[in-house]
Design a protein around this ligand. Structure first.
Ligand code: ADP
Ligand code: MG
Length: 297
């Protein structure tokens, strides 16, 4: 099999682990096809981080071989998928912890939820999946929002000078204060952490199923951001859209509004800390719009 490695994977994986993984990728793919008795079945797909090969198993089942280097993002993925057992999310057939590779149920990659134009329709699907996924208690050993939130708060003082405008520094401080207040209620549910509209695919077992989790034990409010900030650049009245989406999500997941707000600000905090670490000196306008809209209510 001739493996074409997309350029974006070279852009995403620049550290030594990622580089070694890329260099060994053709060999790794061949080994896993062999070990799991798989036949390649069509052109490969990829995201920012992974290479995904459609395959057929020995018993004829359609599957995909998903390859991604071992790292922070893949820790807990297999344990999460094993816990969910396909309830609202792709099934895990097999995995190789040493290489971070997984054999997954094949869904319809040509029909992501992002292709559904009607915002309410797409959001209702996403909210339904979120409700199911986050109603499951996290298994023992899962990394915890409590620890991640505490680490974020510890990072704030060093990040503040990275923001040029006082209003941006105030925003970061406000988000940190909101998170500090709910730190004792950081939750124990199994969160997906990256449930955006390209991480939901049409399927046969169910109309729609989630893929690509980066699981976490925590409060479901921390999982709302990808549904709130989706395609926000394109809407006429962002504040109204954010309010409508937030209301729909809080209802669907039966959340306490104040906690859902605080944990969403926790996502703003996280995204902004990541941006500052990447050298960006200002708060992203979409993150600001979400913060100001929720703050005022
Ligand atoms: N189970 C699956 N069935 C079919 N296609 C898949 C499946 N999982 C992933 N894909 C395809 O591969 C792409 C990247 O996979 P994803 O798990 O989202 O990784 P990334 O972290 O790189 O976004 C998806 O956008 C989709 O097109
Ligand atoms: Mg993805």
């Amino acid at each position: 099999m001739h493996l074409v490695i997309p350029d974006v994977l070279f852009t995403s994986h620049t550290d030594p682990v990622g580089r070694a993984w890329l260099a060994a990728l053709p060999r790794l793919a061949a080994d896993l096809l062999d070990r799991w008795e798989l036949r390649p079945d069509g052109p490969s797909r990829h995201g920012m981080a992974s290479l995904v090969l459609p395959v057929t198993r020995a018993d004829g089942t359609a599957a995909v071989l998903r390859l991604q280097p071992v790292g922070e993002q893949t820790t807990g993925t297999a344990a999460g998928l094993e816990t969910w057992r396909g309830n609202g999310i792709v099934l895990l057939f097999d995995h190789d912890p040493d290489s971070g590779s997984a054999l997954l149920e094949r869904l319809d990659a040509g029909r992501p939820l992002s292709a559904v134009e009607d915002d309410d329709e797409a959001l209702t699907v996403l909210a339904g999946l979120l409700r199911r996924l986050t109603s499951v208690p996290a298994p023992a050993g899962m990394r915890r929002l409590a620890d991640i939130a505490a680490a974020m708060l510890a990072d704030v003082p060093a990040a503040l000078p990275g923001l040029a405008e006082r209003t941006d520094r105030d925003l970061l401080r406000s988000c940190a204060a909101a998170v500090a207040e709910v730190l004792g209620e950081s939750g124990d549910r199994l969160l997906h952490w990256d449930l955006h509209y390209d991480n939901v695919l049409a399927a046969q077992r169910e109309p729609w199923l989630a893929i690509d989790p980066e699981p976490l034990a925590g409060h479901p409010g921390f999982d709302l951001m990808p549904s709130l900030d989706n395609r926000l650049e394109a809407v006429d009245d962002p504040a109204r859209t954010i309010r409508r989406r937030f209301d729909l999500l809080v209802d669907a997941l039966d959340l306490d509004r104040a906690q859902a707000t605080a944990w969403t600000l926790g996502r703003v905090l996280q995204n902004t800390l990541w941006d500052v670490a990447d050298g960006k000196g200002a708060v992203d306008p979409v993150q600001r719009a979400v913060t100001e809209t929720l703050w005022r209510r």
